[in-house]
Design a protein around this ligand. Structure first.
Ligand SMILES: NC(=O)c1ccc[n+]([C@@H]2O[C@H](COP(=O)([O-])OP(=O)(O)OC[C@H]3O[C@@H](n4cnc5c(N)ncnc54)[C@H](O)[C@@H]3O)[C@@H](O)[C@H]2O)c1
Length: 338
């Protein structure tokens, strides 16, 4: 069966998702797009025969011929759109972060729990990146022994012009929080933030770089460098230190931006989502994972402000989220890159 997908937000990420769905993903077709900028939506729809443009995102979600929805609108728009998808009973792949605030993430979790079905996937695509998948497999197979530490770095060439002082943590570091939880199958228990002198090339008001240190519930320490004006390129690193050895991500060239570095991950994420959505399955990062990354991020902002280590507090994980999704879907979907 072909999954009929509607895409909301046709900017940088959304237009790329439309093109990938249209040209590289099996068993899916983009039947509808919506964007606050109608010209942009029309231009993207024009690339795919038979794609309708909805001026209002809510009408796209409600449309009878839309089976599932991708949300790639700005962070602030995620919560109402995801809630509308849940109310319509439609699977939704929402770009990260799940919502702009922790309270918003929790409202989504609560609505999904009330529904009793997992329909939400968050676009933490590193879970589908071959290098990260291989690192997880290395750990799972016991090739480095029990984990002790992680060294992570997230560097962008230049920060987006709309980056506020909180964005390096709320919008970039959330990827690291999700990957740490997923790699180590453990929650983040406490966080500290260290702020050296800022790069003279960073915008006024932005503390850049920053070093975050997080401790998991299993006692593993992870240090995370977030540097969003690193100039030389987009560079994501992760080295795992275990009791008997270490392992890192398979080296890649340094790219100018994230789209080239993670193109394969975005494609694999979309294919897995389409497959899971078509079979009523859950896949990748769920709403609870989106919430957990958001809580870690907001706790980091508090830790930075108060210059101290702060414990991460979360309510008990609802039963709906007890089984990890990576066990429920194919960890390396067989997608042939073109
Ligand atoms: N997974 C990743 O690696 C990754 C990378 C970059 C961005 N993102 C996330 O993707 C989302 C989109 O980012 P982007 O870089 O594509 O932004 P963008 O500004 O390029 O595109 C956003 C689009 O949404 C439209 N829009 C604004 N409000 C809307 C609304 N209420 N309803 C429908 N459309 C609306 C805008 O007109 C614009 O075309 C963000 O949440 C961002 O955090 C994820």
């Amino acid at each position: 069966m072909t999954l009929r997908v509607g895409v909301i937000g046709t900017g940088t990420m959304g237009s790329a998702h439309v093109r990938t769905l249209h040209t590289e993903i099996s068993d899916a077709t983009v039947v509808a797009v919506s964007d606050a900028d109608l010209d942009r939506a029309n231009a993207v729809a024009g690339e795919c025969a038979g794609t309708r443009v909805f001026p209002a995102a809510e009408d796209l979600i409600a449309a009878a011929d839309v089976d599932a929805v991708v949300i790639a609108a700005p962070d602030e728009a995620h919560e109402p759109l995801v809630l509308a998808c849940l109310d319509a009973g439609k699977p939704v792949l929402c770009e990260k972060p799940l919502a702009a605030t922790v309270a918003g993430c929790l409202r989504i979790v609560e609505r999904e729990v009330a529904l009793g079905r997992r329909l939400v996937q968050v676009g933490y695509m590193r879970r589908f990146d071959p290098a990260y998948v291989e690192l997880k497999r290395t750990l799972r197979d016991g090739r480095v022994g029990a984990p002790l530490m992680l060294h992570c770095a997230h560097r962008n060439a230049v920060a987006m012009p709309w980056f506020t002082p909180e964005m390096p943590i709320l919008n970039s570091a959330v990827h690291e929080f999700d990957v740490i939880r997923w790699l180590l199958s453990a929650d983040i228990a406490q966080v500290s933030v260290f702020t050296p002198r800022s790069s003279s090339l960073a915008a006024a008001g932005l503390s850049d770089p920053r070093l975050l240190v997080v401790e998991t519930s299993s006692g593993v320490l992870a240090d995370i460098e977030i540097f969003v004006n690193a100039q030389y390129g987009y560079d994501v690193r992760c080295e795992l230190v275990g009791e008997t050895s270490t392992a890192g991500l398979t080296p890649t060239p340094v790219f100018r931006d994230f789209r080239a570095r993670f193109a394969d991950a975005y494609r694999r994420q979309l294919q897995s989502w389409v497959t899971a959505a078509g079979t009523n399955g859950a896949c990748g990062a769920g709403a609870w994972d989106g919430y957990a990354a958001g809580v870690a991020a907001e706790t980091c902002l508090q830790a930075a402000e108060e210059r101290r280590t702060v414990a991460v507090t979360m309510p008990k994980r609802p039963a709906l989220y007890e089984s990890p999704t990576e066990e429920q879907c194919v960890i390396t979907p067989s997608v042939t890159p073109i």
